[in-house]
Design a protein. Structure first.
Length: 372
């Protein structure tokens, strides 16, 4: 088989002879091709960037040529390059190698434009994300800005700065997934999967002076075994407003307005006392059931989403505990504020009448495309 010789002389006659030999080999090899595999071998032998014949003539002829012969050799090498490329392209079309359908070129030549095109289905927002966007947009329209934070948090931001002291029993209400092998670190530096979006309240107040009006959408994790209403991963939307003279009336008015936008202008809201370490006083807010209109019945059937009470528990809220301001260098004598948080997955379940939270996360397109 032909291999590129080193040139002893770079005279025109010597070059002629070398080129002639090379072209003869090219012609012979091209005419021997019968299959597509052979054509590929042929193409690679002549054109491969590494060790291909063209690369070798470049190295052995052009680079080795003395200065006065460079121009002449360069022109010949360029001509050879064009000839080799032409021969390779031509060999691909040879009817000799296999059936027409085997040839990549034949396949494109016989493109049937009457065939239906490839369908590329359009995606749509996931129902939980869609619900989060709806909640966020209600507060954006009230002048709130959006803040986000890390899902892997430190104990300090997830608990301590939110007024959950170490070993406080309130920590037990949020069954936490800790990152392993951190026993050597001080407790406040240990990493965990955030159990709520509230750490972003602290992170925002650290970098921003009042007035603060933010809404925080995000993913959170708790060590809850999955069932129809629990998932170890779920979504919250949380809000925080801190300014001078903010009262519980502002909290009630803001949230009442938000619920009417989200669930319809006829819903009523109701508050009952609750406990969260980072708010004081704290409350749970209920909305009148927007499925049965507050009657507790759907026709003669009991209304399941509100458990026949006519009310649905929708979020937790309260006035920011003055202790929290101590962690972010705010003066609790000068500022006050409120915070609230709701589960986006739960609201999506209620809104769309879904009976199992797992359906949102097991990725079945047949389920998800109903919300497109
Ligand atoms: Zn109901």
């Amino acid at each position: 088989m032909y291999s590129v010789p080193k040139l002893k002389s770079f005279t025109e006659a010597a070059l002629d002879k070398a080129v002639e030999k090379l072209l003869a080999a090219l012609k012979e090899e091209a005419s021997a091709i019968k299959t597509e595999a052979e054509w590929k071998t042929f193409r690679d032998r002549w054109m491969a960037r590494k060790n291909g014949v063209l690369t070798e003539i470049n190295d052995l002829w052009l680079k080795a040529a003395p200065k006065e012969a460079k121009r002449e050799v360069g022109q010949r090498v360029n001509q050879l390059k064009a000839l080799v490329e032409e021969a390779v392209a031509k060999a691909e079309d040879l009817p000799a190698h296999g059936s027409a359908a085997d040839s990549p070129k034949a396949a494109t030549d016989s493109l049937d434009v009457t065939l239906p095109g490839n369908r590329r289905p359009l995606g749509s927002e996931h129902p939980v994300i869609k619900t989060m966007h709806e909640i966020v947009s209600v507060f954006r329209n009230l002048g709130y800005s959006v803040e986000e934070g890390p899902v892997i948090e430190t104990d300090y931001y997830n608990f301590e700065a939110l007024n959950f002291p170490p070993n406080h029993p309130a920590r037990d209400t949020q069954d936490t997934l800790f990152i392993s092998n951190q026993e050597s670190k001080p407790q406040r530096e240990r990493l965990l999967l955030r159990t709520h979006t509230s750490p972003v309240q602290i992170r925002t107040m650290e970098k921003m002076k009042p007035p603060v009006r933010i809404v925080i959408p995000g993913k959170v994790h708790r060590n809850d075994p999955p069932d129809a209403s629990h998932s170890p991963m779920f979504h919250q939307v949380e809000g925080l407003a801190v300014d001078t003279n903010i009262t519980f009336c502002d909290l009630k008015g803001t949230l009442d307005h938000a619920m009417k936008v989200l669930f319809g202008s006829s819903v009523k809201t109701s508050f009952r006392p609750s406990f969260f370490p980072f708010t004081e006083p704290s409350a749970e807010m209920m909305v009148s059931c927007f499925i049965c209109g507050g009657s507790g019945k759907r026709g003669s059937e009991p209304c399941r989403p509100c458990k026949q009470t006519g009310w649905i528990e929708i979020l937790g809220c309260g006035m920011v505990d003055p202790n929290v301001y101590g962690f972010v260098d705010y003066d609790p004598k000068k500022v006050s504020g409120f915070a609230f948080g709701m589960g986006a997955d739960r609201i999506a379940i209620l809104k769309y009448g879904v009976d199992d939270i797992q359906l949102f996360f097991n990725g079945d397109v047949r389920f998800l495309e109903q919300f497109g």
